[in-house]
Design a protein around this ligand. Structure first.
Ligand SMILES: Nc1ncnc2c1ncn2[C@@H]1O[C@H](COP(=O)(O)OP(=O)(O)OP(=O)(O)O)[C@@H](O)[C@H]1O
Ligand SMILES: [Mg+2]
Length: 756
């Protein structure tokens, strides 16, 4: 123990100090050496004496133990060297001495002191002045105790407290935070605060089938986002792997020295430009389902920054983060589900709200369709009826016309009155025939002879005729579409249909006006909304329309206009058969007709016919070509007719025309006659016959007997026997009843002259 070898009685007095007075004498009980022993026994307390200037005069065993220096090394040294540089610069020791002198005690604060080997220790101690027997100041005594361990424990407790505070704060913040991004940011910031990292980040665990497992930077704390913006999504490198596979916390005092570091190409470590990381701390964030949501990663440029405490704090933080992330996801999912349910409910409510309307619409539509069906059934029934009546009527007219013609021809030249009367009767009979014809047309029982027709040509010719006949007060305009195409139709009937419409238009415009006849091409979509509700077939059509600027029709008239005998015209001026003919004919021809009219707004009648892209051959000359008036040349005609009157009358007309005539009332007798009489050239037969054998049946059988036999049919109306789908079978010649003498002559001649 280094102390005064002379066992100086002055225990703290510097040997060469300028103390003017001698040290006090030891008490009788204790020698100086004894005192020294007493002082040295306080081994964990430094007891140091200085002179009045603060230079060491005595250095106890406790001081050596605490501060490292021996007494020999310290004697005469300024005690200020124990202070840390900052305290030295602040003149702290001088202040302590002044305070001690002034108040009897100086210092007393805890503070850092420097050990001989350079490390610091936390110490507390006071400075007390030493006075001589006369009370004069002869030096100071400094007593120092080491408080480093306590201080570390206090620090640690404070840090734990702070960590708890952070976790608490974060916990309640997370509970309030619905936004996932902000939530993770709170966690990352808290991690940096807890660990003392320079920067921290949360990386999301991304499962990508193609690229393999990757991580996505989600939030960053302590560094600007640009610091990572340049880097691609990092792969799960060997360093990251344990964390992202949920192995637990990874802490490294210097990650660059970790055996896993630098294994992953292409960068083999941190990519160029990466923030420098030496201290590394990573913790997985694991969902309650067990999957790794991501990881919190922290870094510091200095090695050895993170300790166990950082680890502990992070474990708690990661658990809080996992719960919060799980919850926000659950909430988001619940909200999505709620929104979905609300949408479904809204849709249902909407549906309910519109259901009534939909039912009403649908009911109205059904009612409309039912009405349309009823209307068409009514038309069909009326058609059946008129067809039957017209048939009988035609036979009667045939007899009347033929006999009147006989009367006319037989009347002597001087019997002028008889001839005129016969002419008058004939005119009446022909008008009756025309009427019957229209009835048949409505009933769709008139035999049609459809040929390819160019509607534009037909309309142009008709317009010319109308201009000449309707008079100056009525303007006739045509609007014809180019490249219209063709329709397959009976041209005569089409002409008469358009004529009917034009006459109706004229009647609706007593004060004059304009008739517009237009043609157009129309394509009906497969089953689009453009197609009116009924059975319009899709595809190419030709539209023929007749529009007038007349009085128009009210609802009730519109509903009944097509019905036969419906007319609003005074007795004698309208038969009510015009539109019926148009309707029946158009329907029989596979087309559709529509009325569009309102009172005072004029009327448009539209006829829609299937379009024929191009005629197969040049259109055949019309049936109304000038007939070649020619009479019989002693050829033999077999007349097959069940009505005796008609049979007798036909026979007489034919004989008059110069033919040999045989007659038969039914099929079997006609066939018998044929087999017996080889000179028969032509069979003139009614289509409808009694006894189960039609005219067509007889013809078939007759042709077996006589292959070259010519045939001419006649009929009051034609049904399936020779007319299929409203048109004559190929090669069939038909003379419709009632026919006149000239017509009979012409048709018969044609039939005989035609090539077999
Ligand atoms: N263009 C039109 N403008 C106004 N009303 C019309 C028109 N066409 C027809 N009508 C109405 O429809 C009814 C029936 O017409 P429809 O052609 O069938 O017979 P009608 O013209 O009266 O007689 P018919 O044509 O037999 O001489 C007409 O009486 C008329 O009331
Ligand atoms: Mg009319």
């Amino acid at each position: 123990m280094p102390h005064d070898p002379a066992d100086s009685p002055a225990p703290a007095g510097p040997p060469a100090a300028g103390g003017a007075e001698p040290p006090p004498a030891p008490t009788p009980q204790h020698s100086a050496a004894t005192w020294r022993q007493i002082v040295d026994s306080a081994s964990d307390t430094a007891i140091i004496a200085t002179d009045t200037e603060g230079r060491v005069t005595s250095w106890s065993e406790g001081a050596r133990h605490l501060l490292g220096w021996t007494e020999a090394e310290m004697l005469g040294q300024d005690l200020e060297r124990l202070f840390v540089p900052a305290d030295q610069a602040a003149g702290r020791f001088a202040a302590e001495m002044a305070e001690a002198l002034a108040s009897g005690r100086g210092g007393g604060d805890e503070g850092w002191r420097v050990h001989r080997d350079g490390h610091r220790l936390w110490a507390v101690g006071e400075l007390t002045p030493i006075r001589g027997a006369d009370g004069s100041h002869i030096g100071f005594v400094k007593v120092l105790r080491d408080r480093t361990a306590q201080r570390r424990a206090e620090e640690s407790a404070a840090e734990e407290r702070r960590a708890l505070e952070v976790l608490n704060r974060v916990g309640s913040a997370l509970a309030m935070e619905p936004d996932l991004h902000r939530l993770v940011q709170i966690v990352t910031d808290a991690g940096v605060e807890l660990t003392g990292a320079e920067f921290g980040a949360f990386f999301y665990n991304v499962h990508d089938e193609e690229a393999g497992s990757q991580t996505m930077l989600y939030t960053l704390s302590g560094a600007p986002h640009e610091a990572f913006a340049r880097f691609p999504m990092p792969h799960i490198t060997p360093v990251f792997a344990p964390t992202f596979h949920g192995a637990g916390i990874v802490r490294s005092d210097d990650i660059t020295r970790d055996p896993l570091y630098g294994r992953h190409p292409p960068h083999r470590g941190m990519p160029p430009g990466h923030l420098p990381v030496r201290s590394y701390l990573a913790v997985p964030v694991i969902s309650r389902s067990g999957s790794v949501l991501g990881a919190l990663l922290f870094g510091h440029g200095r090695p050895g920054v993170f300790g166990e405490r950082s680890e502990r704090g992070l474990t708690g933080l990661a658990a809080e983060a996992a719960v919060a992330i799980d919850n926000t996801r659950l909430v988001a999912e619940a909200q999505r589900e709620l929104a979905e349910r609300r949408r479904a409910e809204d849709a249902l409510r909407e549906l309910n709200a519109t259901l009534e309307q939909q039912v009403a619409d649908r009911s109205a539509e059904l009612a409309r369709q039912a009405e349309a069906l009823r209307q068409s059934q009514k038309m069909e029934a009326v058609g059946q009826l008129t067809g039957g009546v017209a048939h009988d009527f035609n036979n009667l007219l045939q007899v009347i016309v033929s006999n009147l013609e006989v009367v006319r021809r037989a009347a002597p030249p001087e019997a002028e009155r008889v001839r005129r009367a016969a002419d008058g009767a004939l005119t009446g009979a022909r008008r009756a025939a025309a009427l019957t014809q229209r009835l048949l047309a409505f009933a769709r029982r008139q035999p049609l002879d459809p040929k390819p027709v160019d509607p534009n040509g037909l309309v142009a010719g008709l317009a010319e005729l109308l201009r000449r006949t309707l008079g100056e007060s009525i303007e006739v305009e045509t609007r014809l579409q180019q490249d219209l195409g063709w329709v397959e139709i009976d041209a005569n009937q089409l002409e008469s249909a358009l004529l009917n419409l034009a006459v109706n238009a004229r009647d609706a415009m007593p004060g004059g006006g304009r008739i517009t006849i237009a043609t157009a091409r129309l394509t009906l979509p497969p089953d689009g909304d453009a197609a009116p509700a009924d059975d319009l077939p899709p595809g190419e059509h030709v539209l023929l329309s007749v529009t007038d600027t007349g009085c128009g029709m009210d609802e009730a008239t519109l509903r009944q206009a097509f019905e036969p005998f419906f007319t609003t015209k005074p007795v004698g001026q309208g038969t009510g058969l015009g539109l019926s003919q148009v309707y029946g004919f158009v329907r029989q021809s596979g087309g559709h007709v529509r009325l569009d009219s309102a009172p005072g707004r004029g009327t448009t009648v539209r006829i829609l016919l299937p379009r024929l892209a191009a005629p197969a051959a040049a259109p055949a000359p019309g049936a109304n070509d000038t007939p070649r008036a020619s009479s019989g040349r002693q050829e033999t005609v077999l007349v097959l007719e069940d009505d005796a009157d008609v049979r007798a009358q036909s026979a007489s007309s034919l004989r008059e025309l110069g033919y040999q005539v045989l007659t038969a009332p039914d099929g079997p007798s006609a066939l018998a006659l044929l087999s017996r009489t080889p000179e028969v050239d032509l069979l003139f037969t009614d289509v409808v016959l009694p006894g189960g054998m039609t005219g067509a049946d007889v013809v078939t059988r007759a042709r077996v007997l006589r292959p070259g036999l010519r045939v001419l049919f006649t009929s009051g109306y034609a049904r399936d026997a020779i007319v299929h789908g409203g048109r004559l079978d190929a090669g069939v010649r038909l003379l419709t009843k009632p026919y006149g003498y000239a017509e009979l002559a012409r048709k018969l001649r044609e039939a005989l002259d035609a090539k077999a």
